[in-house]
Structures are given as C-alpha cells and as structure tokens.
Design a protein around this ligand. Structure first.
Ligand code: NAP
Length: 263
C-alpha cells in the first residue's frame, strides 16, 4: 500500500525537497503550510502550525481520504538573528510559537494516527541546537529543545512501535536566510558590529551551504529504515563536528564558536 506522509512547511526549502523526493518515489505527500508550494504533485492543505484547530482539521481530512497516516515530518520553522538583550518579546514569542509549539501541536494531533499505523515522526532540528550560536540564541534554544523532545517522545511511544527521529542539518541553502527576522542593529549599541558580523557570517555559510536535496535523501532513508537513528545529522563534516562535541571540553568549543560568530 502507498505510504502517506504529512510534512509541515513544504512550500519551500528543505520541506519542499523532501516532498518532491517522496512523491517521485510513489509516496502520497501532504504539505501543511500557510502558502501553497509551486508543485502540483504535492497535496496542499493550508495550515498554520501554531493553530491547533487547523492541524486537527487537516489531519482529519487526510485520514478520511487516505485511511492511514504513516509518517509525520515536523519541518516548519523560522529563524531570528540578534542579541538576547535587545530582542523584541514579540519575536521571541513568535519563534517559540512556530519552532516549538508548532512541533508540539502537530505531534499531539499526529500521535493517535501514528499509533494506529505504527508509524514515524521525523523532527527537523539543527546543528545550531548542538552548537548554540551567539546572536542566534533563541533559535539555538528552540532546536536544542527539539532534540531533547525527540528523545523523550521516542521512549514514550516505544511500546506503540512509533519511531521518532531528529535530523539536525548544518547550513542549507534555502529561503531560511531571507526569511530570518533580523534585529535592527546599529554600531552605537554595546554590541558594536558584533551582531551584524555574526549574522553576516552565518548568512554566508547558509548561502554556500548544502543542497536541501541532501536532507531529503536522509529523511527518505529514515522513512525506509526499520530502526532509524534517534538523533542524526547529514554529511561527513557535520558528523565529525558531532563527534568533536562529544570528546572536546565545552570551554574549548565555546571559545572556537566565539571566534567564529561572536567577535
Ligand atoms: N536552512 C538551513 O540552513 C537550516 C539548517 C538547519 C535546520 N533548518 C530547519 O529546517 C526547517 C526548514 O527550513 P528551510 O531552511 O527549508 O527554510 P524555509 O525555506 O524558510 O522554509 C520554511 C518553511 O516553514 C513553513 N512555515 C513557517 N512558519 C509556518 C507556520 N506558522 N505554519 C506552517 N508552516 C510554516 C514555511 O511555509 P509558509 O511560509 O508557506 O507557511 C516554509 O515552507 C526549519 O525547521 C529550519 O529551522 C534549516
């Protein structure tokens, strides 16, 4: 039987690449986002992940049509860049709403369907959660939380044979860079040019980052795996950085991160 996969935020970037790869591999894909993707092959249901009612309705609609939901991919997300001290509360609330409540809402709505199908939840975290970055503190915090949420959830759902994985990409070339909410920075604050420099560097790495197709391939692999990893990244460099994180002292890692993004 054809697998049915629901992806949040597949109107662009990583989500769209995943949706395209899956639908070209005979998988029925539903994208839940606020705007429609430019791909006809992907079923679209308008949905804001911060609004639980919209998610409940979307999942009901999909189940009525397909009679099964096998995989749910929590991909929708956003970034904000700037100092902790100067960030507006409304932006902090927004990122928590999308990156955390979006995942929590979707997961709560999805679990009953996935218990029935003995399916999978795949959460898109970030290496920013593993290596928290200055001037991306709120983003890093949401992605660290997704990592720990995924591990805890995996054990809650283990007896139901629902598998949970967290994929933590490094920098990926998508509209994420353009969509990031950036703090208005001026050099006359105590941070001087540090905020602008840190964000500029990150943006440069993102725009030279890997193709979202690589993340899509990893997600497709996880969908096919009987025992997928609980937490993983994509690409040799990022795998090596995860390894370093485990063997090097935190003090040293923080110093290197400061040199790269904090100066
Ligand atoms: N790009 C990177 O370097 C990178 C690295 C690590 C992790 N990630 C993670 O990868 C995921 C996808 O990001 P991306 O790089 O593909 O960025 P993107 O191109 O900006 O895509 C973000 C997606 O999220 C959706 N979205 C945002 N807010 C939403 C909401 N309230 N409700 C429903 N959908 C919403 C957007 O759709 P609509 O605007 O149509 O709603 C869009 O489809 C994010 O979780 C991000 O944190 C990205």
């Amino acid at each position: 039987m054809k697998k049915v996969v629901v992806i949040t935020g597949a109107s662009s970037g990583i989500g769209l690449s995943i949706a395209k790869l899956l639908s070209s591999n005979n998988i029925t894909v539903y994208n839940l986002s606020r705007t429609a993707p430019k791909e006809d092959a992907i079923n679209f249901i308008e949905c804001d992940v911060t609004k639980k009612e919209m998610l409940i309705n979307a999942f009901q609609k999909i189940y009525e049509k397909e009679h099964q939901i096998d995989v749910v991919i929590n991909n929708a997300g956003m970034g904000i860049g700037g100092s902790v001290e100067l960030e507006k509360s409304e932006n902090i609330k927004k990122i928590i709403d999308v990156n955390l409540f979006g995942v929590f809402n979707t997961t709560q709505v999805a679990i009953p369907y996935l218990r029935e199908s003995e399916g999978k939840i795949i959460n898109i975290g970030s290496m920013g959660g593993e290596y928290p970055l200055p001037f991306q503190a709120f983003y890093s915090a949401t992605k660290s939380a997704i990592q720990s949420f995924s591990s805890a959830l995996g054990n809650e759902l283990r007896p139901f044979k629902v598998k949970v994985s967290c994929v933590m990409p490094g920098e990926v070339k998508t509209d994420f860079t353009k969509n990031r909410i950036k703090q208005e920075t001026t050099s006359d604050t105590v941070y001087g040019e540090r905020i602008a420099n840190g964000i500029k560097k990150m943006e440069k790495y993102e725009q030279n980052g890997m193709s979202p197709d690589k993340i899509a391939k990893k997600v497709f692999k996880i969908i096919k795996q009987k025992n997928p990893p609980v937490v993983c990244t994509v690409g040799a460099t990022w795998k090596f950085l995860r390894f370093l994180k485990r063997i090097l002292p935190n003090k040293l890692i923080d110093k290197v991160v400061f040199k790269l993004y904090g100066n």
